[in-house]
Design a protein around this ligand. Structure first.
Ligand code: NAD
Length: 507
């Protein structure tokens, strides 16, 4: 099955590694290999040659040459290329979704859903290709026109995390490209195959349109490569998705050269269930947010605050939901929870369970790694006090801490007492509380939802978070502006020059 799947996506030894268009792979076989593993079995899927410094320089050169042409292509024409990529993604939706599921371990529904998100992003970018609007402002001087226009930046480098192996690339790359930039992608080494499959799709489409070097791929597990990119003046914008720890290192290097960065980092997302909320209506959203993608979404719900009067009732209703969840091979539709990505993720889960217990936490459901091949753990529900250290950490696993509060004001304070600020949710029937949560006195996160969970953002909105989540915004709304430079233009078309602020300068 795996061999047939890889073949259907044109993945073979001959054409995998570094790719800048027609040159599929790095010529070198001397930099070593990355093994891509199936997290459901722990078995290798394929070995991939890593890139070296020569490949890196080659990709930069190609991207620079391509940029000079691509920036002059009218944006709606660039949109046609992105449209064709969207159509090709539709063609490969099922196969690519299966590969994402196989290599990353998310359920097949989520794997295919991730490819749908790429398609949605392509459609959004096509629309955007006719809407890269600038403003015209009234000039304070007669016979002057004052306006702003948006220009592409140059090379945009996109570094992605393992948990969204392809969608995060699309959020960045399709917008960056439609804005007139060229894009170099450094995916997570844990999901290299999915990245190579996407690159092949782009290569084929770009070739049909007579372009090369617009999208490039560098496969490597060397963190030095990312640091080099962060320090490289030839890269105009570095969009980094990953842990806060790594993002901080990268951001310091970019800031040192006064470069631009977009940071999409860790989260420790919370939800509040308001007093008296109908629990049967909200708990499936809570459970999905907490254990979807085996708790490996940046928007996974990790902290649940329940009013003290509903606390025990909520626990009684959540436990049976947790107990009935089917864990297993993500390619089997019946399983809702797949494996963690690797052995170290299981170790981090187990370590957190020990710490939670030592801090007085009570395991209400789950708490163990499964004793069969692969990296499966039980979705876990823990009754705990909000001030325990582990509650303030992001453990990238399906662990939900359930805590109480007395007043709504206290719930918001507890919710916001996190160093992260990605996604948040309130379940309520109280209009005033809903508006409070969405006001400046409410959630301090980049995403605040009412009556839906923390995970599953739509591409139409700008995605990103505050505080240690990094402050970046990607995907919809006006996130495109981060991939362009703003230029203010003043045009004087009269006969007698006048100066601003009424200055007289007679010569
Ligand atoms: P990670 O930080 O280990 O890796 C992310 C990327 O950075 C990879 O491409 C990796 O090769 C590279 N990298 C890792 N360490 C580095 C270092 N020291 N220097 C330079 N580059 C480095 O993250 P991960 O385990 O792949 O993904 C999980 C993390 O990403 C979680 O914290 C999650 O919340 C976060 N995430 C955030 C978002 C978001 O939009 N905010 C989306 C997805 C994932």
């Amino acid at each position: 099955m795996t061999a047939a799947l890889l073949k259907s996506l044109n993945l073979s030894k001959k054409n995998a590694g570094a790719s800048t268009g027609m040159h599929w792979w790095s010529k070198t076989k001397k930099s070593g290999e990355i093994i891509s593993y199936n997290p459901s079995t722990g078995q290798p899927i394929a070995a991939i040659y890593k890139i070296n410094q020569v490949d890196y320089e080659y990709a930069i050169k190609e991207a620079r040459v391509a940029f000079v042409k691509w920036r002059d292509v009218p944006a709606p024409k660039r949109g046609e290329v992105i449209h064709a990529i969207g159509m090709a993604l539709r063609q490969y939706k099922r196969a690519l979704g299966r590969l994402v599921s196989l290599e990353m371990g998310k359920s097949i529904q989520e794997g295919v859903g991730e490819v749908q998100e790429m398609i949605d992003m392509a459609d959004f970018a096509v629309g955007l290709s006719r809407m890269l609007y600038g403003k015209t402002m009234p000039s304070e001087r007669i016979d002057h026109r004052l306006c702003e226009v948006w220009h592409p930046l140059g090379i945009v480098s996109v570094v992605t995390a393992f948990n969204f192996p392809v969608a995060v690339w699309a959020w960045n790359a399709l917008i960056a490209a439609v804005c007139g930039n060229t894009v170099i992608w450094k995916p997570s080494p844990k999901t290299s195959l999915a990245a190579i499959a996407v690159q092949h799709i782009c290569n084929r489409v770009c070739h049909q349109f007579g372009y090369r070097g617009i999208f490039s791929l560098l496969v490597s597990d060397e963190t030095e490569l990312v640091k080099n990119m962060a320090s490289d003046n030839r890269i105009a914008l570095l969009s980094f998705t990953g842990s806060t720890e790594a993002g901080r290192i990268v951001n310091e290097l970019v800031a040192k050269r006064l470069g631009k960065s977009i940071l999409e980092l860790s989260g420790n997302n919370g939800a509040i269930i308001d007093k008296g909320t109908d629990l049967s209506r909200v708990l499936s959203a809570v459970a999905f947010s907490a254990m979807g993608t085996a708790g490996q979404r940046c928007t996974t719900l990790r902290r649940l605050f329940v009013h003290e009067s509903d606390y025990e009732k909520c626990i009684d209703k959540l436990i049976p939901i947790y107990k009935q969840i089917k864990i297993g091979d993500p390619l089997n539709k019946k399983n809702l929870v797949g494996p963690l990505i690797d052995k170290s993720a299981v170790a981090a889960f187990e370590k957190t369970i020990v710490i939670a217990k030592q801090s007085g936490g009570k395991i209400l459901s789950g708490g163990k790694a499964l004793k069969h091949p692969g990296y499966f753990v039980e979705p876990t529900l823990i009754k705990i006090n909000h001030d325990c250290d582990c509650v303030q950490q992001e453990t990238f696993a399906p662990i939900l801490y359930i805590m109480t509060y007395q007043t709504f004001e206290e719930a918001i304070l507890l919710h916001n007492a996190s160093c992260y600020g990605l996604s948040s949710a309130l379940f309520t029937n109280d209009l005033a509380h809903a508006e409070w949560f969405l006001s400046a006195r409410g959630s301090d996160c980049g995403i605040a939802n009412i009556n839906i969970g923390t995970s599953g953002a739509e591409i139409g909105g700008a995605f990103g978070g505050e505080k240690s989540t990094g402050g970046g915004r990607e995907a919809g709304s006006d996130a495109w502006k981060a991939y362009m430079r703003r230029q203010t233009n003043t045009v004087y078309w009269g006969q007698t020059l006048t100066f601003a602020q009424g200055v007289k300068f007679a010569v």
